[in-house]
Design a protein around this ligand. Structure first.
Ligand code: 16G
Ligand code: ZN
Length: 528
């Protein structure tokens, strides 16, 4: 390590005095103007992580669904997953080091993690469309090169595309080609094969309106659409030509306000979906004939996907263990439907993709979705091989089902939840099953629910257990929630400190909207 060079270059990316940031659920995230030093330092850290794992590491510059003025950064580990927890701590430690301590902190981390500094390092970088992203990703590159790392800058990418690139590069090309072209081809080929098998190819199945949150999703869908246009035509809205990123549009807006995005004209019963700003979340929706808005969130997406996978397995005659992973935010009706009607086991983890992803890995087939629309399905290597064999060896109907499953496996981005990939999976399943958006929505009825934010002096006084469904501290809070919940039918409520904002979040559901609203309000009063 050339320590002199680090000191010199670090001074060019100086940390604002007194600024303390934390590597949270989705990396660092704050106003873009405060992030230059963090980017440089994450370039340094990515090199150390790459040396330690002898693998390519990813760095993504994005703040997802946050306002355009914000930005953020997260590191992507060798198999395309989120950074390991011990390295999150190093990230926080390094980001907050004072200038004169930089060398010591880097040596400290290297020693703790037994990093061989002679080892080569390779880092890949991607960024979203925010005005600040290009310059910030240049600061990441500065950090990488100061430590002698090699890099490839992919430029504009969706977050899941960067995860895909990292995964491909570290699995010797087995998963796919680590190019944007490779990504488009892999997904489109699987999608077109699948939709060829769909008997109903009426227009209503072939077209979809997509709200791109004025973000990167628009650019990438434009590049990709001609690859899959045989199976689906997409009409893009909020494509960044006029509006501001994530402003009154996008998956987060639609999910949290339970209303359609601005800038999109919706006729009754038309199938629509929204991506978020970095295209790793998706939600669907439509207006019924009476003009009522219906949201189809991550829970219903997980239900559609896991039901379809289960049906295919039955058809093929394979008994594989399939599990669905949700968080406490999953609507109670979805959990009940999956367990009681579909007979699929459901598991609950803490909020944050890394927790769900980790749990989903335990199954032959693990489907995970957060209610907010982030999710995917994971298939064990043994399952992939088994299904490939079945697709070659079995006969007739069984063979057809195995082929379908083989293509579905290819269509999922197994490195991370991916709005483009999920959209194509959903569109293929709807076409194959001949389901309209209303029929999909009718699988079960969501329990009315309400989410609130509460500002408190210190959100850390609230700690939780049982996948965030029970409050442990402050004393008495859980008992108070229990008493409130008893007053309403089919009700449930929980509180948790946010991992991305300085607030406490309250969730409540009950048999009517009025009850859910009351319960949420009463619980938020109990938090004070
Ligand atoms: C981050 C997480 C998302 C989670 C959200 C919760 C990733 C990539 N993103 O955006 O999964 O739902 O945080 O935010 O892990 P909260 O803690 O503020 O409620
Ligand atoms: Zn996102």
């Amino acid at each position: 390590m050339d320590l002199g060079a680090i000191t010199k270059y670090s001074a060019l990316h100086a940390k604002p005095n007194g600024l303390i940031l934390q590597y949270g659920t989705a990396g660092f995230r704050t106003k873009a103007e405060h992030l230059d030093h963090v980017m440089f330092r994450m370039g340094l850290l990515a090199v150390l992580r790459s040396k330690q794992t002898k693998s390519t590491i990813g760095v993504m510059v994005t703040a997802s669904h946050n306002p355009e003025e914000d930005n953020g950064v997260k590191l992507v580990d060798p198999l395309g997953e989120m950074l390991a927890p011990s390295w999150e701590e190093h990230a926080t430690y390094l980001a907050n080091a004072e200038e004169q301590d930089m060398q010591r902190v880097l040596i400290d981390i290297s020693e703790k993690e037994a990093v061989n500094l002679q080892q080569d390092a390779f880092v890949v970088i991607g960024r979203d469309t925010r005005p600040s992203s290009e310059k910030l990703s240049q600061s990441v590159i500065d950090g990488v090169t100061v430590l002698g790392g090699q890099f490839h800058d992919y430029g504009l990418l969706t977050t899941p595309q960067l995860h895909y690139m990292v995964y491909c590069r570290n699995t010797g090309g087995r998963y796919g080609k680590a190019t944007i072209e490779g990504y488009y081809q892999k997904l489109s080929k699987a999608f077109v094969e699948l939709t060829k098998q769909a008997s109903c190819s009426g227009d209503e199945y072939r077209s979809l309106k997509v709200d791109c949150a004025n973000g990167i999703g628009a650019l990438k869908l434009r590049e990709m659409e001609h690859y899959f246009s045989q199976g689906l035509s997409v009409q893009l809205f909020n494509d960044g030509s006029k509006g501001k990123l994530n402003h009154l549009c996008g998956a987060d807006f639609v999910k949290s306000h339970q209303k359609p995005p601005q800038g999109m004209e919706i006729k009754s019963n038309e199938r629509c979906c929204s991506f978020d700003g970095d295209a790793d979340r998706i939600v669907y929706y439509y207006h019924d004939a009476d003009g009522h808005f219906h949201l189809i969130d991550g829970d219903k997406i997980a239900t559609l996907i896991s039901s379809f996978l289960k049906e295919l397995l039955v058809e093929i005659g394979e008994s594989l263990n399939i599990g669905v992973v949700q968080t406490a935010y999953a609507n109670g009706s979805s959990t009940r439907y999956l367990e009681e009607v579909m007979k699929v086991p459901v598991y609950c983890t803490k909020t944050g993709v890394k927790h769900l992803h980790h749990k989903a890995r335990e199954f032959d087939i693990g489907v995970y979705f957060e209610a907010n629309g982030h999710g995917t399905a994971l298939f064990s290597t043994a399952v992939e091989m088994k299904i490939k064999q079945s697709a070659e060896q079995l006969e007739d109907k069984k063979r057809k089902a195995a082929k379908m499953l083989e293509n579905i496996i290819d269509l999922f981005n197994q490195a991370a939840g991916d709005a483009i990939s999920d959209m194509l999976v959903i569109e293929a399943i709807l076409a194959l099953k001949g389901l309209t958006v209303q029929q999909w929505d009718a699988l079960y009825t969501d329990l009315p629910n309400r989410q609130l934010k509460v500002q408190v002096a210190d959100r850390r006084v609230i700690s939780t257990t049982n996948a965030e469904r029970r409050a442990v501290t402050p004393p008495g809070l859980q008992e108070a929630i229990n008493d409130l919940v008893k007053k309403y039918k089919l009700s449930r409520a929980f509180v948790r400190p946010s991992g991305t904002e300085d607030v406490v979040r309250v969730y409540a559901e009950a048999d009517s909207q009025e009850s859910a609203d009351h319960l949420a309000h009463e619980v938020s009063l109990a938090v004070f």
